[in-house]
Design a protein around this ligand. Structure first.
Ligand SMILES: [Zn+2]
Length: 321
């Protein structure tokens, strides 16, 4: 189920089918628990339905002060290997990107996430478990219209050979297109494009696991990272080989995971994006830079709801009739 309701729009004497998107939340709370990939600490998340215009909010129940951490790009404080959010009071939550990707990928707008630790559970390193939990709980369509960010002008960020950009498209959803190149034959060159539709995300992207290199494992652990990392929650590459005995879930699992990460990172713009995302060798740092550039350039986008879009289309048709 999605937040799409069909409505008939009468304009200039013709009846056309327009679709109005409403905000969504979950029907019932869902629970999951597991270790954080970097902290190695176990945490339990209670994911609860929330009122319209709440957004996705994390609440650290292990801290004394009860202050929420809103999932938004300007609260991102760490992008080294995952995305960490920190609020003005200093409360933070790490590795939110796979959870947020599932929220954006399934079309969820409003949730309150109570968590009793500093990092979301990594589960199997993908968004599959979160999508399954959301699917089982069911989505509830709410009374307020969903707002979209409509890209009006291209916004681009670069770092050496890496780049990412958002540009306008006539579509009401986000289309993602990315390319990665790695020396290892296990990855090589991979490229993929997709329209961010709820059913497509759950089917084609959600299963793709995070990946890392065996040569980095000791360094990461010395830095206090990847303490919870294992072959249970990441694809590990050694030379030209995939170490995991079960192998890959698809030959291009790596680029699929890059799209998954981008969906989670772009969700931090504050609303679903209507536009085209393109990237070469993207990562969390690049994606967050892009979101911040977008928010810093208010002339390059506008807020839009379907009611406004339908009204504009109707008045354009009436004017041309
Ligand atoms: Zn990831």
């Amino acid at each position: 189920m999605t937040g799409l309701l069909g409505v008939y729009v009468v304009s200039a004497g013709r009846v056309g089918l327009g679709r109005v998107e409403y905000q969504t939340t979950l029907n019932t709370p869902v629970i999951c628990a597991g270790v954080g990939v970097h902290s190695g600490e176990r945490a339990r998340m209670v994911i609860k339905p929330a009122a319209v215009n709440t957004g996705i909010r994390f609440r650290r129940t292990d801290l004394e002060s009860e202050c929420d951490i809103l999932a938004r790009g300007d609260h991102v404080t760490e992008v080294q290997l995952g995305t960490t959010l920190t609020n003005d009071e200093g409360a933070s939550i790490a590795t939110v990107e796979h959870f947020l990707a599932a929220c954006a990928g399934m079309g969820l707008d409003n949730l309150l996430v109570e968590i009793d630790g500093p990092e979301t559970p990594i589960m199997d390193g993908s968004s599959a478990v979160f999508c399954e939990l959301f699917h089982n709980a069911g989505l509830q369509i709410q009374t307020a219209l969903r707002r979209r960010i409509r890209i009006l002008d291209t916004v681009e960020v670069r770092d050496g050979i890496k780049w990412a950009r958002l540009s306008p498209s006539a579509d009401n959803v986000l289309t993602l297109s990315a390319k990665i190149e790695f020396e290892t034959k296990a990855i090589g060159t991979q490229q993929m494009s997709m329209r961010l539709m709820p059913g497509l995300f759950a089917r084609d992207i959600a299963f793709a696991r995070t990946f890392g290199f065996a040569r980095d494992v000791e360094t990461l652990k010395a830095m206090g990272l990847a303490r919870g990392g294992s072959l249970e929650n990441a694809v590990v590459i050694d030379g030209d080989e995939v170490v995991n005995p079960e192998g890959l879930r698809s030959d291009d699992e790596f680029i699929r995971h890059k799209l998954l990460d981008a969906v989670g990172d772009l969700m931090l713009a504050g609303a679903p994006i209507a536009g085209l995302y393109e990237a070469r060798q993207p990562g969390h740092a690049m994606n967050n830079k892009l979101v911040r550039a977008l928010l810093d350039q208010p002339d390059s986008w506008c807020w839009e709801t379907d009611a406004e879009a339908i009204e504009t289309a109707a008045s354009m048709e009436a004017a041309s009739a």
